[in-house]
Design a protein around this ligand. Structure first.
Ligand SMILES: C[S@@+](CC[C@H](N)C(=O)[O-])C[C@H]1O[C@@H](n2cnc3c(N)ncnc32)[C@H](O)[C@@H]1O
Length: 488
């Protein structure tokens, strides 16, 4: 089973249009929620401004988008969209609805007939997205509105505390991939339902009969002088009853009615339901945190991916943010295609994937495609540039870095090796370089100065790579095999 990995950087409407029809098994998307907020990615410790914005306004492009999306005037999708714009108006909510509808339309196209989609939103826009999805996927293919309780308490002013997100689950047809998941029994459940205990653990007593009169068959006999109650039959033939008794698994009441011991540790647990309160969001000090405001926990994605796909299947996330979906897909051996318009998001995704699987070959496409574009990023947003170059070089982003001077990333698999992307001619190595034995320096402004500082520290090895190596790079090639990247 070959696992394929793809990261496309740019507006996902454009990226989605390049995905062939019916090739994706599962889509998870966590788009902006129409919250009216700006979200940050705290990298480099500098005040870089928002990583992405969730503020929407209607403009002339929405008129033409409405026209093109409703060109097939007879479809339910077209009439729903037109009606929705009339109802919510040509403002922020109308713009949001149209932008999401355009992407959902593409997603419907790329999903396989057996595919599923999970749309992560919250009560500010879930009702709008449900209308669109009912029209596109068919109300009969709506499966769940999952309530993900992300926190325990939130002080709502003069209203109940908003503590949950909503995840809308639809399938493309009624034949879809489904793997039932189970949660372990909770302590309260065990205490309530498994009230007996012996040397083998907690157990409950369950009936040995099934519904239906089967008089005259091998399911109707006298067991120790007792017949099954009227309208019921024994659940097993007499040979199996004898086996169960010999194994000590039957308990008889005073009147001789048998019951079977079922141990708590035998069952799979409780089937997952549509309210998820057992998957906490990331705490402030969680080691999983990468500094991306809207980062979701990997266990949330693992639940979704396990339920609605199989190993080797293709999972698509058009709004991947810090890369959580790619990490979960990687852990579960799924192929993945993720998209984001932000370079910081893409950088985090690459770095996180590399932490999961050092040898992962990730196919990159989209911005920045050329050295010129890279140069533009460096000038406009030095911190994003630092993050990107560090991540394509497969180094771990170091969030203590001072952006704008020098970006330092420590390679995960070798803590004594640094990757350095110089950002100015005056760059200084200010970090504690205690155990450093080698480094990799990207030729940029001031790299000679840095190379000199390195030499003074007496490090045994310093490789310099040309910036050109940062473009169209295949991450598998950044394992720093000397013949790949080293220049004399
Ligand atoms: C809510 S965040 C996703 C967070 C993600 N689930 C995680 O765990 O980190 C939404 C992401 O969508 C991206 N985004 C917003 N509009 C986009 C567009 N038109 N095309 C591609 N990405 C977009 C933003 O850059 C942001 O990273």
């Amino acid at each position: 089973m070959e696992v394929r990995r793809r990261l496309t950087i740019g507006d996902n409407l454009q990226s989605l249009s390049t995905v062939p029809d019916s090739t994706v098994d599962l889509v998870y998307m966590d788009p902006p929620f129409n919250s009216g907020r700006e979200y940050d990615a705290r990298l480099g410790g500098s005040n870089r401004g928002a990583a992405f914005t969730d503020v929407w306004a209607w403009n002339s492009s929405h008129e033409s988008r409405l026209r093109s999306l409703t060109a097939d005037g007879s479809s339910q999708f077209a009439s729903t969209l037109r009606a929705m714009v009339e109802i919510v108006g040509r403002g922020g909510r109308g713009a949001y609805t149209l932008e999401m509808a355009a992407r959902l339309f593409q997603i419907h196209r790329v999903l396989r007939p057996t595919g599923s989609i999970y749309v992560h939103c919250d009560p500010s826009a879930s009702h709008l997205l449900r209308m669109v999805m009912d029209a596109l996927f068919g109300a009969q293919n709506f499966r769940n509105e999952i309530v993900w309780q992300r926190t325990h308490a939130h002080s709502g002013s003069r209203r109940f505390g908003p503590v949950h997100d909503t995840i809308l689950f639809y399938t493309k047809s009624n034949k879809f991939t489904w793997n039932q998941g189970f949660a372990p029994y909770s302590r309260t459940y065990l205490e309530k339902h498994f009230t007996h205990e012996d040397v083998n653990g907690r157990f409950q007593l369950i009936t040995c009969t099934g519904p239906g009169d089967r008089t005259g068959t091998r399911a109707h006999y006298e067991w120790k002088g007792v017949l099954p109650p009227t309208g019921r039959h024994w659940a097993w033939k007499i040979e199996k009853m004898r086996e169960l008794e010999a194994s000590g698994l039957l308990v008889h009441s005073k009147t001789g009615v048998p019951r079977l011991k079922r141990y708590a540790n035998e069952g799979s647990g409780v089937r997952h339901q549509d309210t998820w309160s057992d998957l906490p969001s990331l705490s402030a000090h969680s080691s999983e945190r990468v500094g991306y405001d809207t980062q979701k926990p990997v266990h949330l994605l693992e639940r979704i991916i396990s339920a609605s796909s199989n190993p080797g299947d293709v999972v698509l996330d058009p709004f991947v943010g810090s890369g959580t979906t790619a990490v979960a897909a990687e852990r579960l051996s799924r192929s993945w295609h993720v998209m984001d318009q932000g370079l910081v998001a893409a950088s985090l995704t690459l770095s996180r994937v590399r932490e999961e699987n050092r040898m992962a070959h990730v196919a990159l496409s989209g911005h920045p495609e050329s050295l010129n574009e890279l140069e533009r990023v460096r000038t406009a947003d030095p911190s994003a540039f630092a993050a990107w170059t560090t991540s394509v070089l497969a180094a771990r982003l170091d969030r203590r870095t001072t952006a704008g001077t020098v970006a330092l990333g420590r390679r995960r698999w070798n803590p004594t090796f640094l990757t350095i992307v110089p950002m100015s001619t005056a760059a200084n190595l200010t970090t504690d370089l205690g155990e450093l034995t080698g480094g990799l320096l990207v030729a940029g402004p001031g790299y000679q100065n840095l190379a000199h500082q390195f030499a003074q520290l007496g490090t045994s090895r310093l490789d310099v790579v040309p910036e050109a190596a940062l473009t169209s790079v295949s991450v598998a090639r950044t394992g720093f095999a000397d013949h790949d990247l080293r220049i004399a």
